[in-house]
Design a protein around this ligand. Structure first.
Ligand code: CP3
Length: 343
């Protein structure tokens, strides 16, 4: 098997730096847009045949070192009785804002809602037949709480920060519920064959360091602790969160994902070199075309240096308008970096 991604997560030596791309299955691919013309987003997520197809599309085009299961971080919220639509961003039928709302949440077993995701992982493992490792994922408890309270994506997510000040105890209870749900979500995928998992804490960066430590971090620790026994590498990704990185690195994950705002060398310093680092090419660099991408990739690799424990990725999800030629240039630059290492 191509295991350079799993090896880099564990800070073991590799022949070259592995690469995968957040949102590698998505709208920048014409074949994904074609798939979406036939089925809406939630149907793709909930239909294993279609979700496997979406997961495999980027691997057919590019020599990526990992596949990620096609799903969404918000899917597990169905277990709490939360209904939502996507257009293209999520919209919840009813936001959860008060202690009473939190106490009224349903408690269905996650497996009832996520059986389809487990089946997607099993089918994906079979299809890939050991060629490429499969990454499972969940949302970070705070990021899930941010969508639940806001009801949709919004700059700075004011409602979740309001809840923290209005009723800190209820907020803590909500995060604890979400940590259990996130852990179940990962357990299910690991049991189905996921060989690594990523916790997407996309909005943790809206917190200051004190609130991150007091509220969000303990919930992340609970998730990591619950799945540690499985022995698969855990990646924790929080973009725009350089001010939280030293604390985040204590969550128990093997890998810290950083965005383009935090250089890899700086991330290594702030984490004391104790964990591997994933990232951090600016997704906007890909809009500038292949030459710009090659230069940006070289800059990231030079900054990361030769120490083990770097996984190449973008600093956040790939943008819908990204030219295919830019992705090809990036993946080819990584393949070319092996020769540079050997020489
Ligand atoms: O290829 C992959 O990375 C796997 C699939 C994946 C999706 N969402 C598919 C998707 C993953 C890992 C996610 C995670 C996710 N979902 C996150 C964390 C990553 C991040 O970007 O910070 C978040 C915050 C969500 C919630 C969500 N889902 C948003 C904000 C949106 C709108 C995004 C946009 O680009 O407009 C979605 C919808 C979504 N999830 C799409 C895809 C491919 C686009 C929907 C479509 O096909 O119409």
């Amino acid at each position: 098997m191509n295991d350079r991604f799993l090896r880099a997560c564990r800070c073991e030596p590799v022949d070259r730096t592995p690469i995968w791309i957040m949102r590698q299955a998505g709208r920048y691919l014409p074949e994904y847009r074609e798939l979406r013309a036939r089925a809406d987003f939630l149907t793709v997520c909930r239909t294993p045949d279609l979700a496997v197809e979406a997961s495999l599309q980027p691997l057919r085009r590019f020599a990526l070192d990992a596949a990620i299961v096609f799903s969404d971080i918000l899917l597990p919220l169905g277990a709490l009785g939360i209904e939502m639509t996507f257009d293209p961003g999520p919209r919840l039928a009813r936001p959860v804002r008060t202690r009473a709302d939190i106490e009224a949440l349903a408690g269905r077993p996650a497996a009832e809602v996520l059986g389809c995701v487990a089946e997607t992982v099993r089918m994906l493992r079979r299809e890939l037949d050991g060629r490429t490792p499969v990454i499972g994922f969940c949302g970070g408890p705070f990021t899930l709480a941010a969508y639940m309270t806001q009801g949709e994506g919004r700059d700075g997510f004011p409602e979740v920060r309001a809840l923290r000040h209005r009723d800190p105890e209820a907020f803590r209870r909500l995060l604890d519920r979400l940590a259990s749900l996130a852990a179940e979500t990962l357990e299910l995928q690991i049991a189905a064959g996921a060989q690594a998992v990523q916790i997407f804490d996309s909005w943790a960066g809206v917190l200051d360091a004190a609130d991150y430590r007091a509220f969000a971090l303990p919930a992340v620790r609970k998730v990591v602790h619950a799945i540690r026994h499985a022995g698969v590498p855990v990646i924790y990704f929080a973009p725009a969160a350089g001010h939280l990185l030293a604390d985040a690195a204590t969550c128990g994950a093997d890998v810290q994902g950083v965005c383009w705002r935090t250089p890899i060398s700086e991330a290594r310093r702030r984490t004391g070199g104790a964990v591997a680092i994933q990232g951090n090419l600016d997704p906007a660099a890909l809009l500038a075309g292949p030459d710009a991408v090659r230069a940006a990739a070289r800059a990231v690799l030079d900054d990361a240096g030769d120490a083990p424990g770097h996984v190449m990725n973008l600093g956040h999800g790939i943008l819908p308008g990204t030219p295919i030629a830019s992705v090809e240039a990036l993946v080819e630059a990584m393949a070319g970096s092996a020769a540079r290492r050997a020489s």
